[in-house]
Ligand binder design. Structure first.
Ligand code: SF4
Length: 405
């Protein structure tokens, strides 16, 4: 029997584009949201056929659903109903399923919230980014800190079981004091989950383009240094852990019972299917796992299935990719190391064999000697320093290319 699948739905519509954002989302215009939802439902309806064409197994039950984007809170009650009807035609959604919706503070109307709850939504993640108004404004957020606090209180009053927020460390104008303020207000708000992302200035984002061109509109000249950001990330880990929001992944902190089950599927390499613009999927086949990804341009996604791409799928950006044994090993190791609980060496040995382990053991020892990772008997974990430098750790653990040995 196939394991329950996780479902991701991309709703890439936003009211305004934040300066740091490099997602496929945009202020596409609300008049296009209805046709987008129809296209999304059409893609959901094709999913089983598509999976068969790829010889992939798509379970009949779903135990996590995640509406991301974009700003899914912009959906109307009718859109929400249509999407859930399409999902229920294909999947049995368990009563205990974790169903998350990402919302922008101040952009969730009462009717949509009510419909989400009627459909079983029990977790809301708010894109706060900063409780400090100057910082939020500088990157194009449309809310104030006080509005974020009011939104969290409203969700709690409405009976949403689990609430979480995203914060960004490294925003323009941020100081240690203002970062402490955001963390403090996050903890006082009573949310059960906090994600902390270190700002990466992507050259394709407005902020990135301004940083390259030397403009002033988005505050690129007011960005803190890499060392400051690293120190504030560590400070965030310390304060959140002390406040009962225990770190369980490089960027994620949760109270007991509030760990994101959906995101944990990604880190544990459990099957998930994504629908919508730029959505990613990973499914199991008899010969291992495959990954595939939808088009990241709205016009291409809306155009629907393309004859050029295998199979009849819902607007893939490329052919589905079979994950090789080496890549699966690296994914298991790297994604597992993102989790604070770490990876069991015995699990890697069992799944991938002794030879694969032997090829990477010298690098594992080296990284442990550099105090970036710890091996406690069977358990391999990043140290706090290793979490800060995770990209460096992962590049040092890549399986050696036989041609280069
Ligand atoms: S609301 Fe989220 S998805 Fe939309 S532009 Fe801002 S960061 Fe990107």
């Amino acid at each position: 029997m196939s394991s329950p699948v996780g479902i991701y739905l991309s709703i890439p519509f936003c009211k305004a584009k934040c300066s740091f954002c490099n997602f496929a989302s945009d202020a596409f215009g609300m008049d296009r949201l209805g046709t987008y939802v129809d296209r999304l439902c059409e893609e959901i309806g094709q999913a089983r056929l598509n999976a068969e064409d790829m010889a992939a197994s798509l379970g009949f039950s779903a135990d996590t659903i995640y509406f991301g984007g974009g700003t899914p809170s912009l959906l109307s009650p009718d859109h929400v109903d249509k999407i859930f009807s399409a999902l229920r035609r294909l999947f049995e959604i368990s009563d205990r399923a974790e169903i998350t919706v990402e919302c922008a503070p101040g952009q969730l109307n009462a009717e949509t919230l009510e419909e989400f709850q009627r459909q079983g939504v029990n977790r809301v993640s708010l894109g706060v980014q900063s409780f400090v108004d100057r910082e939020a404004r500088a990157v194009g957020r449309l809310h104030t800190g006080a509005e974020c606090e009011a939104e969290i209180a409203r969700l709690h009053r409405a009976g949403i079981e689990k609430t979480g927020i995203d914060l960004i460390v490294g925003l323009p104008h941020q100081t240690e004091a203002s970062w402490r303020e955001s963390l403090q207000r996050a903890m006082e708000s009573g949310v059960g989950h906090v994600s902390v992302y270190m700002l990466e200035v992507d050259e394709e984002s407005r902020l990135g383009r301004e940083a390259l061109a030397g403009g002033v509109r988005y505050g690129a000249g007011e960005l803190p240094s890499d060392d400051q950001v690293a120190g504030w990330y560590e400070l965030g880990c310390e304060l959140l852990n002390a406040g009962g929001l225990r770190q369980y992944e490089i960027s994620n902190f949760g109270k007991e019972g509030h760990v994101s089950k959906h995101n944990t599927k990604y880190w544990q390499r459990l099957p998930y299917i994504g629908f919508g613009l730029d959505a990613h999927s990973m499914l199991c086949t008899d010969g291992g796992t495959i990954r595939f990804q939808n088009a990241d341009e709205l016009s291409l996604y809306m155009a629907g299935p393309s004859d050029d791409l295998f199979p009849i799928a819902g607007a893939l950006s490329a052919r589905p990719e079979r994950v090789s044994m080496d890549a699966a090993f690296e994914e298991t190791l790297f994604l597992g190391l993102r989790m604070v609980e770490g990876v069991r060496l015995s699990r890697l040995r069992e799944e991938f064999g002794e030879a694969k382990m032997a090829s990477v053991m010298p690098s594992i020892r080296e990284v442990c000697d550099a105090a970036l990772m710890r091996m406690d008997a069977d358990l391999l974990r990043l140290t706090p320093r290793g979490r800060m430098a995770s990209n460096e750790v992962f590049s040092r653990l890549l399986i050696p290319d036989p041609a280069e040995v």
